[in-house]
Design a protein around this ligand. Structure first.
Ligand code: MN
Length: 297
């Protein structure tokens, strides 16, 4: 099943080149705030599957006639794993750009602001910060279905609802990672959620990212240092996972700067693809980015 958000907070079921509005089944009111329709539907999915299967017979609309939006706009949290491919750690050590040279199995995870999430049709606005690079990180999003605490590794995959493409944009530097990674639009997610039953093997998924048609990142989830079951076990050892929570897998090697006018294409086998416009924005300037020690006036 492929589930999405579209046209102002509607919930959609994608069937081939058609999209079927299932906002009624999801109990989502288009335009509602907070926009929790998808999170609520994931939390109630076991009771809704029959109705969703029947909805596949509805006429629907052409998929290319709608505007796809971030499939989970208001999750409880976005968990992200740093330093989770050996080749990426090597390139960051070479660039002297690591907070810690420890891989994710000895460093753990961080949180990225939920408000940095954006959708497949949204441009990515670069902050107006002089002399800093914004890098792309090609990642896969794991969407939690059934929540829980202290989830065992051998039961973890039963808590996965589905997958989506995710790009973790970041301002390189030594400031707090959360701040550098949490600008609005720094976490494109989509283009939709592919449910876990459609993915044959979570540990053999190809992913790639191109900038202006040039391949920058190419990887397979088999090379993750902390694999998906262990990510879920580690995260849930600290915090209760809730339906709709997003876990970003961490980037493979090949991170590099983007600039206004670029186009970034991410694609993940069986999961989908997004093509994003990079636009130089005019927000984000602040002395914290220019002073070694910012002293408020
Ligand atoms: Mn990352």
């Amino acid at each position: 099943m492929k589930l999405c958000c579209f046209d102002g907070g509607r919930i959609g079921l994608i069937a081939g080149e058609r999209i079927i509005d299932v906002s009624d089944i999801a109990g989502a009111t288009p335009g509602e705030w907070p926009p929790v329709g998808m999170v609520r539907m994931i939390g109630r999915i076991d009771g809704l599957r029959g109705a969703l299967d029947k909805a596949a017979d509805r006429t629907g609309m052409a998929l290319d006639s709608v505007r796809l939006e971030c499939p989970i706009e208001w999750p409880n949290k976005v968990i992200a794993f740093p330093a989770n491919y050996h080749a990426h750690i090597d390139e960051m050590v070479a660039a002297n750009a690591l907070i810690s040279a420890k891989p994710a199995n000895g460093q753990g995870f961080f949180l990225k602001a939920n408000s940095s999430l954006s959708g497949p049709a949204d441009p990515v606005y670069l902050p107006a910060i002089d002399g800093r690079e914004v890098h792309h990180e090609c990642e896969m999003a794991i969407i939690i279905g059934r929540g829980g605490r202290d989830i065992a590794v051998d039961r973890a995959m039963g808590h996965v609802f589905g997958y989506a493409c995710l790009i973790d944009f970041v301002v390189r530097g030594k400031e707090e990672r959360v701040m550098r990674k949490s600008f609005d639009g720094f976490c494109p997610l989509g283009p939709y959620i592919v449910t876990a039953d459609e993915i044959a093997a979570h540990d053999d998924i190809d992913l790639q990212l191109m900038v202006n048609g040039e391949l920058r990142q190419l990887a397979n989830t088999r090379d993750l240092i902390v694999d998906i079951p262990h990510m879920i076990a580690m995260a849930s050892s600290v915090m209760t996972l809730h339906p709709g929570d997003v876990i970003a897998t961490g980037t493979p090697a090949g991170v590099a700067p983007v600039k206004g006018g670029d186009r970034v294409d991410i694609s993940i086998a069986g999961v989908g693809a997004m093509s994003l416009a990079i636009v130089q924005g005019d927000k984000g300037s602040h002395p914290v980015w220019t002073h070694d020690r910012f002293i408020p006036a």
